[in-house]
Structures are given as C-alpha cells and as structure tokens.
Ligand binder design. Structure first.
Ligand code: HEC
Ligand code: HEC
Ligand code: HEC
Ligand code: HEC
Ligand code: HEC
Ligand code: HEC
Ligand code: HEC
Ligand code: HEC
Ligand code: HEC
Ligand code: HEC
Length: 327
C-alpha cells in the first residue's frame, strides 16, 4: 500500500511537472501540432510540417467559410465546439483551423498533404492539438497517463465531426466505448451482484478518469483504492476504534469492484472468504471442524451469511466491546 501510495504520488508529481512544461511549450497551437510527438515539441518547432512554415502570419488562416466551401459535410455544428459565445471554442477562434492548422496553402491548392490530417498523425500528436485547449482540471494529468502511453488518443474515444454519444463519444454509451477494448471488465457488470453501472445510474467514469489521475488504475478520487471507494461509501471510511486490518488495507481484498456472482460483490463466498486468512481462532473458524452438520455447534459457521451473522461489524467497530467485530 505504501509503495502504491508513493508511486501514485510520484507519478502525479512528475505528470504535473511534465504537464506544466509541455503546457508552456504548446501555448502556440500551431507549433504543438508540427510533425513530431508531443514530447519533442521543442524540436518540432524547427521542423516544417503541414500548415507550418516557420512562423504563422495571420494571413495563413483562410477562415471556416472557405473550408466549408469544399468540405460541406465536415461540420461540427451542434457540438460545444460550435458555441461561438464561449470565447475558448474553435468557433470563437480559428474555426476548423483551430485544430487543422492554418490552411491557406491547402485551400489554394486542394493538396491534402498541406493540411493537418488526424488520420496520418500519431495519437500523441493528435492529442497534443486537443491539449492546447484541454489541459486543465480533469485533463491536466493526460500526458504520460496509461491511455496516452498506450497510443489511445483523444480522437480514439471522441469524435469531432460525428459524435455518437454524450461528451462526443464515438459510441452511444460509455460502457459500449470502454467495451471495445476492456471487454472482460465490462462483462463483469453482468454478474448478478454489481454496482448500478449497467442500469445507468453509474458509469465507468464514476470511479475512473480515463484522462489520467493521481491514483492507481486511473481511479478518479484519492490516492489509494480505499479512498476511491470511501469517496462514496463514507460510512466505511473510519477511523474505527477496532479496525479490521484488511479493510484499512484495501476494499478489493474482499470485493470485486466490477461485479461478482457472490452476494455483496464479494470475491469469494463466506466462510471461505474469511478462511483465506483466519485458519485458527479461539472458536473453530473452519467449517471442517464441524463436519457433522446436524447438531454440530459449528453449523452456524456455514448457515446463511455464515461468519457475518455474528461478526456484523466486519468493516470495523466503534463499540468499546467491539474487538471481535460483533457489535
Ligand atoms: C478548394 C477546395 C478545398 C478547400 C477550400 C479546402 N479543402 Fe481540404 N481538401 C480538399 C481536397 C480536394 C482534399 C483531398 C480529398 C481526398 O483526398 O479525399 C482535401 C483534404 C483535406 C483533409 C484531409 C482529409 C483526408 O481524408 O485525407 C483535411 C483534414 C482538410 N482537407 C481540411 C481542410 C480545412 C480545415 C480547410 C480550410 C482551412 C480545407 N480543407 C479547405 C479540398 C479543399
Ligand atoms: C476540435 C477540433 C476540430 C475542428 C474544430 C475541426 N476538425 Fe476536422 N477533424 C478533427 C479530427 C480529430 C478528425 C479525425 C476524424 C476522427 O477521428 O473522428 C478530423 C477529420 C477531418 C476531415 C477528414 C474526414 C475524413 O472522413 O477523413 C476533414 C476533411 C475535416 N476534419 C475537415 C474539417 C473542417 C472543414 C472543419 C471546419 C468546419 C473541421 N474539420 C473542424 C478535428 C477537428
Ligand atoms: C480552440 C480550443 C479547443 C480545441 C483545439 C479543442 N477543443 Fe474541445 N472544447 C473546447 C471548448 C471551449 C469546449 C467547451 C467546454 C465547456 O463547455 O466546458 C470544448 C468541449 C469539448 C468536449 C465536450 C463535449 C460535450 O458535449 O461535453 C469534448 C469531448 C472535446 N471538447 C474534445 C476535444 C477534442 C477530442 C479535441 C481535439 C481533436 C478538442 N476538443 C479540441 C475547446 C477546444
Ligand atoms: C479512453 C477514452 C477517452 C480518451 C482517450 C479521452 N476521453 Fe475525453 N471523455 C471520455 C469519457 C468516457 C468522457 C465522459 C465522462 C467524463 O466526463 O469523464 C469524456 C469527457 C470528456 C470531456 C467533457 C467533460 C470534461 O471533462 O470537460 C472533454 C472536454 C474531453 N473528454 C476531452 C478529451 C481530450 C482533450 C482528450 C485527449 C487529451 C480525451 N478527452 C481523451 C473518454 C475519453
Ligand atoms: C482503444 C482502446 C481503449 C479504449 C476505448 C479504452 N481503453 Fe482503457 N486502456 C487501454 C489500454 C491499451 C490500456 C493500458 C493497459 C495496460 O497498461 O495494461 C488501458 C488502461 C486503462 C486503465 C488502467 C489500467 C491499469 O492497469 O492501470 C483503466 C482504469 C482504463 N483503461 C479504463 C478505461 C475506461 C473507463 C474506458 C472507457 C471510458 C477505457 N478505458 C477505454 C485501451 C483502451
Ligand atoms: C465502483 C468503482 C468502479 C467502477 C464503477 C468501475 N471500476 Fe474499473 N476499477 C475499479 C477499481 C477499484 C479497480 C482496481 C482493481 C484492481 O486493481 O484489481 C479497477 C480496475 C479497472 C481496470 C484495470 C484492471 C483490470 O481489471 O483490468 C480497468 C481496465 C477498468 N477498471 C475498467 C473499467 C470499466 C470499463 C468500467 C465500466 C464498465 C469500470 N472499470 C467501472 C473501480 C471501478
Ligand atoms: C461513485 C460512487 C461509488 C463509488 C466510488 C463506489 N461505490 Fe459501491 N456502490 C455505489 C452505489 C450507488 C451502490 C448501490 C447502492 C444501493 O443499491 O443501495 C453501491 C453498492 C456497493 C456494494 C453493495 C452491493 C450489493 O450487492 O448490495 C458494495 C459491496 C460496494 N458498493 C463496494 C464498493 C467498493 C469496494 C468500492 C471501491 C472499489 C466502491 N463500492 C466504490 C456507489 C459507489
Ligand atoms: C474482510 C473482507 C472485507 C473487506 C476488506 C471489505 N469488506 Fe465490505 N463487506 C464484506 C462482507 C463480508 C460484506 C457482507 C456483509 C453482510 O452480508 O452483512 C460486506 C458488505 C459491504 C457493503 C454492503 C453492505 C453494507 O454494509 O453497506 C458495502 C457497501 C461494502 N461492503 C463496502 C466496503 C468498502 C467501501 C470497503 C473498503 C473500505 C470494504 N467493503 C472492505 C467484507 C469486506
Ligand atoms: C486478507 C486477510 C483477512 C480476511 C479475508 C479476513 N480477515 Fe479478519 N482479520 C485479519 C487480520 C490481519 C486481523 C487482525 C488480527 C490481529 O490483530 O491479531 C483480523 C481480525 C479479525 C477479527 C478480530 C480478531 C481480534 O481478536 O482482534 C475478527 C472477528 C475477524 N477478523 C473476522 C473476519 C471475518 C468474519 C472475515 C470474513 C468476512 C474476515 N475476518 C476476513 C485478516 C483477514
Ligand atoms: C455464532 C456466532 C459466531 C459465528 C457464526 C462466528 N463467530 Fe467468530 N466469534 C464469535 C464470538 C462470540 C467471538 C468472541 C470470542 C471471544 O472473545 O472469546 C468470536 C471471535 C472470533 C475471532 C477472534 C477471536 C480469536 O480467537 O481469534 C475470529 C478471528 C473469528 N471469530 C472468526 C470467525 C470466522 C472466520 C467465522 C466464520 C467461519 C466466525 N468467526 C463465525 C462468534 C461467532
């Protein structure tokens, strides 16, 4: 846990520092998108790429109307980018050319090699263009995040010209989008015991920030798995008078966050769950001690909710006499 905490912290710090450096360099959206990955933008400035011939003169922009003259199907009308009232949107700045770069050379010739094309650049190059505007808040930790590292770019999940779902996603729902790559995780939502994700009351991004985070596993809240869970399940946060060691350690020791076929999303059924750790105790904790179920004093260890019939305060107790987590 401490190692995790340190790691998450170190990653966050380096990401923040790194993000800051990059942020400063990408102030000029044009430089940012020159033909090199986000991380070597300093060199990119010197390398002429489509739409970039050294410094950009205002006259290099032709304006949206000209682009639409030939590309009338590539609109972004109806999306938040088209809200000209918001002075930070493409519509309020250079229109198409906010993302595709100054397009005079291309517009004059119609030569597709003279315009930035997201399909021919690397995901990192494409993301760097989006990050000229989206570099704060929930997006500040994008650089070097798990998705960025593995060539998943902004345009892998979002569509500018033909969005299918909320937040301009490429799929109709978030779950459908994530399922294109994380099928096994999404499938677990269909187990009988699960949080209300498949019912639509929660989504993957209730817990994860796909844009990067300070926590492990792209978890949105806190710096440990426990902090993530207790951001909603505040009653389980403690501190307790009598703590149960594995609960302070990590909720996922006992729970499968994406769904399970045991009650309460437990990773294993009781009493077996408990017996992973408690093999001996003052009262026999294993069911095998009471192999004669009928009339056995140990039948109660496997009946119904088993151990937690008595050890109700399994997450910790605040009762002075709650040492055995009974009350
Ligand atoms: C005179 C007509 C004309 C104008 C004006 C024009 N384009 Fe193009 N554009 C073309 C042609 C022709 C192609 C090549 C299409 C093809 O290969 O299918 C092209 C290709 C592109 C591509 C690459 C698409 C691909 O699939 O390869 C992008 C991106 C693009 N244009 C954006 C723009 C932007 C942004 C503007 C405004 C700055 C603009 N165009 C203005 C004619 C034009
Ligand atoms: C917010 C950034 C952004 C703005 C603004 C924008 N585009 Fe695009 N454009 C993209 C991205 C990203 C793609 C890659 C397509 C994808 O992956 O969905 C793209 C793709 C294209 C293509 C190639 C489409 C194809 O099917 O191959 C053309 C042409 C194009 N845009 C023209 C335009 C025109 C014209 C405008 C202005 C009306 C415009 N774009 C405004 C980001 C933008
Ligand atoms: C010129 C600045 C600029 C650029 C470049 C830009 N965006 Fe945006 N984008 C905005 C602004 C401003 C908003 C509206 C934010 C708001 O309402 O909070 C926005 C909104 C969005 C939204 C939210 C849509 C919704 O319905 O909630 C998504 C997704 C998005 N942008 C993705 C992208 C992607 C992907 C790229 C790169 C291909 C990109 N943006 C490039 C300025 C930009
Ligand atoms: C793995 C898929 C994925 C990738 C990659 C991704 N996004 Fe998102 N994005 C989402 C999902 C899902 C949502 C809706 C849930 C949320 O708000 O977190 C979203 C929401 C957004 C929003 C609207 C909400 C907000 O935070 O303002 C913006 C803007 C946005 N993304 C921009 C970007 C940009 C820019 C990039 C690249 C740097 C990017 N996204 C990369 C999946 C993705
Ligand atoms: C285009 C494929 C793709 C899509 C779509 C996608 N991911 Fe990922 N995701 C990846 C890859 C690749 C990794 C890196 C896996 C690794 O390092 O083992 C990753 C990593 C992750 C991780 C971190 C895993 C870890 O070990 O730290 C989480 C959490 C995650 N994705 C959640 C999501 C969510 C939520 C969505 C939907 C909003 C989503 N992803 C959509 C490809 C994708
Ligand atoms: C209740 C919070 C929560 C929700 C909702 C949630 N996750 Fe997770 N997810 C976690 C936690 C906690 C972990 C870390 C588990 C671990 O390390 O074993 C995780 C791990 C992951 C991982 C990486 C580890 C693995 O098992 O491959 C991926 C990918 C992932 N989640 C994707 C998703 C997707 C896709 C969704 C939506 C269908 C989703 N998550 C919904 C909490 C959640
Ligand atoms: C974004 C808020 C949120 C987060 C974060 C969250 N949960 Fe939940 N959880 C819920 C909701 C909502 C329910 C459904 C409550 C209900 O049905 O009364 C739930 C239900 C549960 C249940 C009971 C399931 C059942 O069968 O009754 C368990 C166990 C659980 N969560 C464990 C966890 C664990 C472990 C984590 C951390 C990995 C976590 N939760 C993170 C919102 C959250
Ligand atoms: C030692 C194993 C263990 C650990 C660790 C654990 N739980 Fe549980 N949890 C259980 C058991 C067993 C139940 C079922 C209790 C019952 O049936 O009465 C349960 C039930 C729940 C429930 C649903 C019933 C209720 O009390 O609300 C939630 C929510 C929950 N746990 C959240 C968490 C969170 C959050 C954490 C991490 C802080 C966590 N659990 C850690 C064993 C554990
Ligand atoms: C991952 C290992 C692990 C799991 C699983 C686990 N426990 Fe524990 N439990 C511990 C540890 C470690 C302690 C602290 C022991 C100590 O302080 O001597 C503890 C303490 C206890 C105590 C208090 C003992 C005392 O005298 O202080 C009870 C009662 C208990 N556990 C019951 C359960 C039950 C019931 C389950 C199943 C729902 C369970 N535990 C699951 C590791 C675990
Ligand atoms: C019928 C009620 C009952 C059931 C069922 C029960 N316990 Fe207990 N358990 C107790 C009581 C009462 C104590 C306190 C004994 C004492 O303090 O002398 C206790 C104490 C404990 C302790 C701490 C004391 C020690 O000697 O280590 C552990 C660990 C424990 N139980 C685990 C379990 C496990 C695991 C199960 C399920 C297989 C279980 N219990 C089922 C009533 C029960």
């Amino acid at each position: 846990m401490n190692v995790h905490r340190w790691f998450a912290c170190a990653t966050a710090m380096s990401a923040a520092v790194f993000g800051l450096t990059v942020g400063l360099i990408v102030q000029d959206p044009i430089v940012a998108a020159a033909g090199a990955p986000a991380r070597v933008k300093t060199q990119a400035a010197a390398v002429p790429g489509p739409g970039v011939q050294g410094a950009v003169a205002p006259g290099d922009y032709v304006g949206e109307a000209t682009c639409l003259g030939c590309h009338d199907t590539q609109s972004y009308q109806g999306t938040k980018h088209a809200v000209a009232f918001n002075e930070r949107t493409p519509a309020a700045t250079h229109g198409c050319e906010s993302c595709h770069g100054p397009g005079r050379a291309h517009a004059d010739s119609g030569d597709p090699a003279l315009i930035r094309n997201f399909k021919t650049m690397t995901p990192q190059q494409g993301s760097a263009i989006c990050a000229t505007c989206h570099n704060r808040g929930a997006h500040a930790l994008w650089d070097g995040s798990q998705h960025d590292q593995r060539n998943v770019g902004c345009a892998t999940c979002h569509s500018i010209h033909s969005p299918q779902g909320p937040s301009q996603l490429k799929a109709s729902t978030e779950m459908a989008l994530c399922a294109t790559c994380h099928r096994p995780v999404v499938n677990r939502q269909h187990r009988f015991s699960h949080m209300p994700v498949r019912e639509g009351n929660m989504t993957c991004s209730s817990c994860h920030n796909p844009h990067g985070s300070t926590n492990v596993r792209l978890l949105k809240a806190g710096t440990t798995i426990d902090e993530s869970c207790t951001s909603c399940h505040t009653d389980k946060r403690g501190p307790y008078l009598w703590e149960h060691a594995p609960v302070s350690e990590s909720c996922i020791t006992c729970h499968e966050p994406h769904g399970s076929n045991n009650p309460r999303m437990l990773v294993s059924k009781t009493p077996f769950l408990c017996q992973r750790c408690h093999v001996t105790s003052r009262h026999p904790p294993t069911v095998y001690d009471g192999y004669l179920l009928q009339n056995s004093p140990n039948g109660n260890k496997i009946y119904a909710r088993s151990c937690v019939i008595c050890h109700q305060q399994i997450h910790g107790s605040n009762s002075p006499s709650g040492k055995a987590l009974l009350r």
